[in-house]
Design a binder for this molecule. Structure first.
Ligand code: ZN
Length: 299
């Protein structure tokens, strides 16, 4: 700080070779154990375990017992502060957390760095383990940092399975391969269900007969999806319930050939089929339903 009217100069107090301090027996024991890869605390007369150990119990002022107790090595974060921009003197050169860590078996918390990667990966209660330095010298930095417990792994999953269509689905998919929607008419209530099924869900009786429905219908409800789907033409895309002409229950399908925000209830649509040579026994034969251009229907 410049002083008014006087001379001023910057002074540096530095011990380039390091300033040698004696540790005393208690901290000395702690650091010696660290060099050996162990973390110890000291027991107080009241039975609590202080980590790092102290010569006097801060709660009572009494001398501690001299009984050293190995704790950890894992512990639980009790409080933490995120360091977004580490300084040169910090233990890590990437963002990390300073944390109060209560090691298993200890009654007090130790301050150390947690290499959590990002602040969302640490919270009060996070379990952490020490990361030991390869070369230990008997210093608190023999633990280079703590790291969150491994709780998840990423493993690739791929399951190939064959779906055996039941009798009803077989009938429907064979129709779809021909470019026809096959439904079933109930002999009791007269309702037409598509896809084809073996019995009426309302009457509980077998379907009276199969009916072939046209590939045109009306959108009854729809949803705009913003997550990509391999079957969809683009994002956003629309999936909709489509009431095929002559059917009493809608079926679900993609809608294409129209911007998502232009899709509406009552819109008339027609199935767009993949070329006959590419068809298989699957719903993939229907690319999607596209607007016919007819006037909307009142639902
Ligand atoms: Zn029925």
């Amino acid at each position: 700080m410049p002083s008014e009217g006087g001379l001023s100069a910057e002074h540096v107090l530095e011990f380039p070779g390091g300033y040698t301090r004696t540790t005393g027996p208690v901290i000395g024991r702690f650091l010696t154990e660290l060099r050996g890869g162990r973390i110890v605390g000291v027991r107080t007369a009241g039975g609590r375990v202080l980590v790092p150990p102290l010569e006097y119990d801060p709660a009572t002022g009494d001398a501690v017992t001299g009984e050293y107790v190995e704790v950890g090595p894992a512990g639980t974060v009790r409080a933490w502060a995120w360091v977004a921009e580490p300084r040169p003197s910090h233990p890590l050169d990437r963002p990390f957390a300073w944390a109060l860590i209560e090691l298993d078996g200890a009654d007090t918390a130790l301050v150390h760095a947690v290499d959590a990667g990002n602040p969302k990966a640490i919270t009060a209660g996070t379990r952490v383990w020490p990361v030991w330095r390869g070369q230990r010298t008997g210093h608190i930095t023999d633990i280079s940092c703590f790291a969150p417990e491994v709780t998840t792994i990423v493993s690739p999953v791929r399951t190939v399975y064959r779906l055996q269509a039941g009798g009803a689905l077989q009938v429907f998919l064979e129709g779809v391969r021909r470019g026809v929607f096959v439904g079933g008419r109930c002999g009791g209530c007269g309702k037409v269900y598509v896809p084809y099924r073996l019995s009426c869900p309302e009457c509980g009786i077998p379907m009276a007969d199969q009916v072939e429905l046209p590939d045109t219908g009306t959108i009854t409800t729809f949803a705009i999806n913003n997550l990509p789907d391999p079957r969809a033409p683009e994002v956003p895309f629309v999936s909709a319930y489509i009431l095929l002409d002559g059917s009493d229950v809608p079926m679900i399908s993609l809608v294409g050939g129209v911007p998502a925000h232009e899709v509406r209830q009552g819109m008339r649509v027609r199935a767009e089929w993949v070329p006959e040579s590419e068809r298989t026994l699957s719903m993939a034969n229907i690319r999607w339903f596209a607007p016919t251009g007819e006037p909307d229907l009142e639902l």
